[in-house]
Design a binder for this molecule. Structure first.
Ligand SMILES: O=C(O)CCC(=O)C(=O)O
Length: 357
């Protein structure tokens, strides 16, 4: 993909002094109910909360297969000094592994699965490519959390992503409990961009992937957001998935339990939101963290994949997946006005037929 020129920075960040939060103009959901498996109701909820939880997103057999891959990768001696492997500062245990499709055929298959692609295309309103893939291991006892942040803030500042037209899918490969470092999100916070103070240090990723210090909001900002939006948590059995907007405020605590909380994260970006030069860093982050070279549109196996810099962006063909909203489950640490309400839907979905050429 060629690097696009920055025309206007709609989301200034890494500033010398604080500024007011920016209310976002762009939608969260770009497609409609006719263009993928999410129903109109689910899309409305996703637009307003900025996230959606789908239980039983993958089968128990798949959980077993991918978990075996996680175990294999974390103990592979040939990856011991590989830059894609990020380690816990205190223990040296594997914290994250980036660019996993290149390391595992099974995980590569997952990235081309219609259950993911159809939803990513629907949410982003057209063709998508993988901006980033990673496994977060969050090991038992030594797993350290991820401080509050918006992914988009970093992707904008350090990777040159113009607008928050990207979505992450986090698939749980172990049970995610409230007590083993489950991911917390502030529902609705994706509408508000918090500019951060502080210049991006050279090669920031070398330390930020272990513990983020630059590109995090102030405690005052986090407090204001939490009071306005409340805090929910993604918990659920292995196989559940959390779809969340690029700009949602999220974070997790340390895992002092014996139970690891391991999730795969697949980040889809719209091909119409191709990376430019970083907005607030001296050089782009490496390819394994932010994919920009030779970006191909995601396609199901066997489908013809297209280069993202091709002139015309095809939108995905109209298609209806089946999705049924079941009983609410989960627990919400609600905003003051909503305290006590349940917020999670559980959907069972049938993969839509692969109709792409
Ligand atoms: O896995 C988590 O707890 C947080 C993940 C996250 O925010 C990240 O990797 O940027």
């Amino acid at each position: 993909m060629t690097t696009a020129t920055i025309e206007q920075d709609l989301y200034p960040t890494r500033l010398t002094q604080a500024r007011e939060p920016i209310e976002r103009d762009q939608p969260t959901v770009w497609g409609d109910a006719d263009s993928g498996p999410f129903t109109a109701e689910e899309l409305r909820a996703h637009e307003s909360r900025g996230f959606t939880v789908l239980e039983d997103f993958i089968t128990a057999g798949e959980v077993e297969r991918y978990s075996a891959e996680l175990q294999r990768l974390s103990t592979d001696p040939s990856l011991a000094a590989d830059p894609r492997v990020v380690r816990e500062r205190a223990t040296g245990a594997v914290r994250s592994i980036f660019a996993v499709p290149a390391l595992s055929e099974a995980l590569r298959d997952l990235t081309r699965d219609p259950r993911l692609l159809d939803r990513a295309r629907q949410l982003l309103g057209g063709d998508v490519y993988l901006h980033q893939t990673r496994i977060n291991y969050m090991p038992g006892f030594g797993g350290t959390g991820f401080y509050w942040h918006s992914d988009f803030e970093t992707w904008h500042a350090e990777d040159g992503m113009p607008i928050p037209r990207a979505v992450s899918c986090s698939i749980a490969l172990t049970d995610n409990y409230p007590f083993n470092g489950g991911l917390m999100v502030m529902p609705g916070s994706h509408r508000t961009f918090i500019s951060c103070v502080g210049e991006t240090p050279e090669d920031n990723h070398r330390s930020s992937l272990q513990a983020q210090e630059v590109g995090v909001p102030t405690e005052e900002d986090i407090t204001r957001l939490a009071e306005r939006y409340g805090i929910d948590q993604f918990t659920g059995p292995a196989g559940s998935a959390l779809w969340f907007d690029a700009n949602i405020m999220h974070g997790s605590g340390n895992n002092i339990t014996p139970f690891p909380r391991s999730n795969i994260f697949l980040v889809f970006n719209s091909v119409d939101n191709a990376l430019a030069e970083p907005y607030a860093a001296s050089a782009p982050r490496p390819e394994h963290i932010a994919h920009r070279e030779d970006v191909t549109r995601c396609a199901e196996p066997g489908a013809h994949s297209r280069h993202a810099s091709a002139t015309a962006c095809r939108t995905c063909p109209g298609r209806l997946g089946s999705a049924f909203v079941f009983a609410m489950m989960g627990k919400k640490l609600a905003s003051v006005s909503q305290r006590g309400t349940m917020c999670w839907c559980r959907c069972s979905s049938t993969p839509a037929p692969a109709t792409r050429p």
